[in-house]
Design a protein around this ligand. Structure first.
Ligand code: FMN
Length: 335
């Protein structure tokens, strides 16, 4: 496992997470459920349940099931725009969930406080330096900086640029995890040397043996190259859609059609802007389920990061983690 140098570089991350290595398997809607989460945590990494659009009852059941499969620490990723965010936080509190990641925008008033009252740690995504400082002031315990190489919903800036802008300024103040475009241990070593406390990877774990993703979804990942993981295009300037990175398929075109339909609903006054944007988010949730669970890899959404090109085989989560750790060990020893 991790050599002395790597252990030292990851020390703040492992202390915060309570895991053996500071490698988080980023929450992936429909993919990051009990099987993958427990496999990653049992292997010494840190698993995150993707709550996505789950109801509080479903999240309750998922946490119970995950606890039955691992006694290692794991966390829950909650989307800030979920209408029942506070109920979901309460469910996590009931189960004594130790870490909550808030994704999808700045945390609404009261959410950080509610999580801390339950004694859990709060981790938030920081899309820019100024917002990272603001989040630190609001009391978050750690930050994730995620660049546009990542799979799923993304921001406009590359991981390497965010890392240069944020790590030198804030890494000594708070543990920061770097995400987006990481597929090899060399990159993990490099971000740790820049001051990161750890890393978060998504795409690399999709083809874990324990991942319940449909075999055809996994096949698309095994075939996909970096250049196939492209971002969605906004077609109407009035309808700002958060870009999504996914493997190109017929679903890519269907999203263009969906935007036209929603833009027309806006024109006709049938929906307001908030409802229009929610309509778009529901579209993605449905499209991702169609691909991940039903295996419709033509029409569903194949959310994937550019690191998809480094996914070469189906292998147990423990093997993925030990491969990454060995690569990081080797990179550091060669310095
Ligand atoms: C299929 C898929 C679904 C995702 N769903 C979510 C999600 O529900 N919530 C979230 O915060 N991030 C989500 N992400 C982002 C990942 O958690 C992670 O940050 C990202 O994959 C890191 O970039 P990488 O794919 O290059 O490793 C998703 C990514 C993928 C590939």
């Amino acid at each position: 496992m991790a050599n002395a140098q790597l252990r030292e570089l990851m020390a703040r991350g492992t202390a915060l997470l309570g895991s053996d290595v500071a490698i988080i398997c980023g929450a992936m809607s429909w993919v990051s459920e009990r099987h993958l989460v427990s496999a990653v945590s049992n292997a010494g990494g840190f698993g995150l349940i993707a709550c996505g659009a789950m109801t509080p009852e479903l999240l309750d059941a998922e946490i119970t099931a995950t606890k039955a499969m691992t006694d290692k620490p794991f966390g829950v990723n909650l989307i800030t725009m979920h209408p029942q965010l506070l109920d979901l936080i309460a469910i996590c509190g009931k189960h004594g969930v130790t870490h909550i990641v808030l994704a999808g925008g700045l945390p609404p008033k009261g959410s950080i406080e509610a999580i801390k009252e339950n004694g859990a740690k709060v981790i938030c995504f920081a899309p820019a330096l100024a917002l990272a400082k603001k989040l630190i002031r609001s009391g978050v315990d750690a930050l994730i900086i995620e660049g546009m190489e990542a799979g799923g919903h993304i921001g406009p800036v590359a991981t390497s640029v965010l890392a240069q802008e944020i790590l030198p300024v804030l890494a000594s103040e708070i543990p920061i995890f770097v995400a987006g475009g990481i597929g090899h241990g060399d990159m993990i070593a490099a971000y740790l040397e820049m001051g990161a406390a750890g890393v978060q990877l998504g795409s690399r774990f999709v083809c874990a043996t324990e991942s319940i993703a449909h075999p055809d979804f996994k096949k698309a990942f095994l075939r996909g190259n970096a250049r196939d993981a492209i971002t969605s295009v906004q077609i109407d300037p009035r309808l700002p859609v958060i870009p999504v990175r996914a493997l190109k398929n017929a679903g890519t075109e269907a999203f263009t059609a969906k935007q036209r339909e929603v833009a027309q609903m806006l024109d006709e006054g049938k929906v307001d802007m908030a409802a229009a944007q929610l309509e778009i988010e529901h579209y993605w949730a449905g499209a991702l389920r169609r691909a991940v669970i039903d295996g419709d890899v033509e029409n569903g959404s194949l959310m994937a990061g550019q690191s998809v090109g480094m996914v070469t085989k189906e292998q147990p989560a423990a093997e993925i983690i030990s491969e990454l750790v060995e690569q990081a060990n080797k990179a550091l020893s060669a310095r």
